[in-house]
Structure formats: structure tokens, C-alpha cells
Write a protein that binds this ligand. Structure first.
Ligand code: GUN
Length: 285
């Protein structure tokens, strides 16, 4: 069994982004800028935004976060995004999800300029991903693909089972794996007999936030496990969706959680923001 060490790879990527930022500053005097919108007081969302901000500082980005109250109006968020779309110092715009129930999330995501959509959530970029064209790809699934590539794990022709069908993780993960010529099954909350599917999988990608959802009896020998889930136990410990201790014994490769996919998500946000800044700079010159 080998651990897929997302923390180590994320540090390598961060160094590369840092060099890219230095080069861009040297050649064009431009600093990549990321703007983040955080609505409400959800502690997990606040923690993620804080980690993203610190990562921006480490690589030399300009970053600004707009913190808004839980009862904010649709118009107020839309006005802020319109301002960010026009601001030449902002290359990337990230709206931390989920948004409160009074907000129409689709309308918000559709308002973000696709050229600044570093989360890859705008339908324009979703469409480009599905058709295997260049664009912005959601950070978590993109980070998973980078992690597999780092360990030379080829997905071509493999039976890949994804558990969780969200727009942020499961669906873009499916598109990336299909583009890489894997056979892909997407399971979700209404899937009957999950074990029937996972037992047949060469690789399992799970990100639903259910502790111990994947147990050793549900996987075959030498499976590759990518655990995208993060939950807090009653004792306050962070854990993934996989019974790591027992499933790891049957795995060829496995990500820990935390310390696997999580750091890769942030590394990909940095990489997407640098890509946006480079493209913006080219456009202007
Ligand atoms: N909420 C959970 N994951 C994400 C993510 O990757 N990006 C944003 N913006 N919100 C999230």
C-alpha cells in the first residue's frame, strides 16, 4: 500500500506557482489577484477561506475577501461580483459555497466572468470541461487528477466508481475521468446497493461526508482509493469517508483524509488563478 501524499505534492505545486508569479511580476509588473466572497458564519467555510487566503499570501498573490452577513440580498452579491468582473486587478473570483437559501446560487455563479472563474463553476467552463476543451476545471477533481499523475496511476480503461454526484466534485470528476478514457460509474444517495458497484471498482473516488461509508468488505484487493470526504467526529477529529485503517490494507494506493485531496484543492486554486492572470496579461499586451 502506498499513500498518495497530497500535502507533499501541493507544496511542490505551490513552489511552481510562486515561481510563475515572480516571473509574471518581473515581465509585466502585474500581480495575480484573487477575490473571495464569503457569506455567513459557517465555521467550515470560514476556515476554508482563511486557508485560501494564507496560500495566496505564500505565493505572492494580491487577495481580497468580501465577508457578507447571512441575510445579505441577491442584489448586493451580484453588485459585488459585477464590480470584481470589471476590476483589472482581480484575475480570479471565488464565491465560497454553499450560499444561504434566499440566494439563487445558479444566478450568482453565472454572473462571474468565465475568464475569472477560477473555481470552474460557470456553465461555460462546465461545458468546456465536458467537451474536453481548455478552460477552468473545479479545483478538487483537478487536484485528484494531478495527484494520480504524480504517482503515474493511469486511469485509461479502468473501472472508476465515483460516490457523490455534486456539481463541485462528483460530476466534474466524472468528466475528467471520461476525458482520460476511464470507464466511469457515478453513484449517489439514491444508488441501490452501493457495495455492488464499489466491489467492481479498480478505483473509488468518494466525497460525500459520511464517516466510514467505505469499508473493507466493499472493495477488491489492490483498489486505488481517493477519499475526498472530510467530516468531524464527535470527538472533534477530522476524518474522511473511508475506514482508512482497514481499507488501506487492501489498497494499492490510498489518500489519507485529511492530508490527501484537501491540500490539492488549494494548490489547484492557486494554479487556476495564475493561469487566469497569465491569460489576462496576454490579452492586454
Ligand atoms: N465549497 C465546498 N468546496 C468548495 C470549492 O471548491 N469552492 C467553493 N467556492 N466553495 C466550496
Amino acid at each position: 500500500m502506498q499513500i498518495l501524499d497530497g500535502k507533499a505534492l501541493s507544496q511542490k505545486i505551490e513552489q511552481k506557482v510562486k515561481q510563475g508569479v515572480a516571473l509574471l511580476k518581473e515581465e509585466t509588473s502585474r500581480t495575480p489577484g484573487l477575490a473571495v466572497i464569503l457569506v455567513g458564519q459557517d465555521p467550515a467555510s470560514a476556515a476554508y477561506v482563511n486557508m485560501k487566503k494564507k496560500a495566496c499570501d505564500r505565493v505572492g498573490f494580491y487577495s481580497v475577501s468580501h465577508e457578507m452577513p447571512e441575510d445579505i440580498s441577491q442584489d448586493a452579491i451580484e453588485n459585488t461580483i459585477s464590480m470584481m468582473n470589471k476590476n483589472p486587478n482581480i484575475d480570479g473570483i471565488l464565491v465560497q459555497l454553499p450560499l444561504p437559501p434566499q440566494i439563487d446560487t445558479t444566478k450568482i455563479l453565472e454572473l462571474v466572468d468565465p475568464a475569472k472563474d477560477v473555481d470552474g463553476f460557470h456553465p461555460f467552463n462546465v461545458g468546456r470541461l465536458v467537451t474536453n476543451l481548455d478552460g477552468f476545471v473545479p479545483c478538487t477533481p483537478l487536484g485528484v487528477m494531478e495527484l494520480l499523475a504524480e504517482y503515474n496511476i493511469d486511469v485509461k480503461g479502468k473501472n472508476c466508481v465515483i460516490v457523490g454526484a455534486s456539481n463541485i466534485v462528483g460530476k466534474p470528476m466524472a468528466a475528467l475521468l471520461l476525458n482520460a478514457e476511464a470507464t466511469v460509474e457515478v453513484c449517489h444517495i439514491h444508488t441501490d446497493d452501493l457495495k455492488k458497484h464499489t466491489l467492481n471498482a479498480d478505483m473509488i473516488f468518494v466525497g460525500v461526508g459520511v464517516i466510514n461509508l467505505i469499508t473493507e468488505d466493499m472493495v477488491k484487493e489492490d483498489v486505488v482509493i481517493v477519499d475526498i470526504g472530510v467530516s468531524r467526529t464527535a470527538e472533534g477529529k477530522l476524518v474522511g469517508d473511508v475506514d482508512f485503517e482497514n481499507v488501506s490494507k487492501k489498497s494499492s494506493y490510498i489518500t489519507p483524509s485529511p492530508g490527501g485531496v484537501g491540500p490539492m484543492t488549494i494548490a489547484m486554486l492557486l494554479s487556476n488563478t495564475l493561469k487566469a492572470a497569465q491569460a489576462n496579461t496576454k490579452e492586454k499586451s
